[in-house]
Write a protein that binds this ligand. Structure first.
Ligand code: TYD
Length: 131
């Protein structure tokens, strides 16, 4: 199941520092990093599932919600600090919403970009989950 992972945090009067290491803090090797930014108020991104991709989502700036739907239940995770993130295992439907002004969502992914890894149709997702 998805879960919040807290990262090392070095508080310093000069400014704080956090880092993340593949296979140490998150349980996969990072193949790709992308980020979502300049999201207009009220918009939703990322409404789909991935067959293979594992991901770790961090609010580098501002805040937003990640909503994960297992097909049976929906969980909402509010991300608003850059020293923790949400690990999402493969095969789960998720979307991002409730973006604050100037928020930045950084996504660490276990795969390179592959259009074939997406499930974009919710009914197809429900069939996939039943298997
Ligand atoms: P997409 O993941 O479909 O965004 P959303 O689920 O929020 O609608 O990505 C939007 C577009 O960006 C899509 O045309 C594919 C492209 N894209 C890449 O080429 N590489 C990437 O790593 C990502 C995440 C997206």
């Amino acid at each position: 199941m998805p879960h919040i992972i807290h990262l090392p945090r070095f508080e310093d009067p000069r400014g704080n520092l956090t880092y993340v290491e593949q296979e140490n803090h998150i349980p996969f090797k990072i193949k790709r990093v992308y980020w979502i930014y300049d999201v207009p108020g009220g918009q939703t991104r990322g409404g789909h599932a991935f067959r293979e991709q594992q991901e770790f989502i961090v609010a580098l700036s501002g805040s937003f919600d990640v909503v994960v739907n297992t097909g049976e239940e929906e969980s909402r995770y509010h991300l608003n600090r850059s020293y923790y993130g949400l690990f999402v295992p493969p095969g789960l439907w998720r979307h991002l919403d409730n973006f604050s002004t100037n928020s930045v969502a950084m996504v660490l992914s276990s795969t390179t970009y592959s259009a074939g890894d997406y499930i974009r149709d919710f009914d197809e997702y429900l069939q996939f989950r039943r298997k």
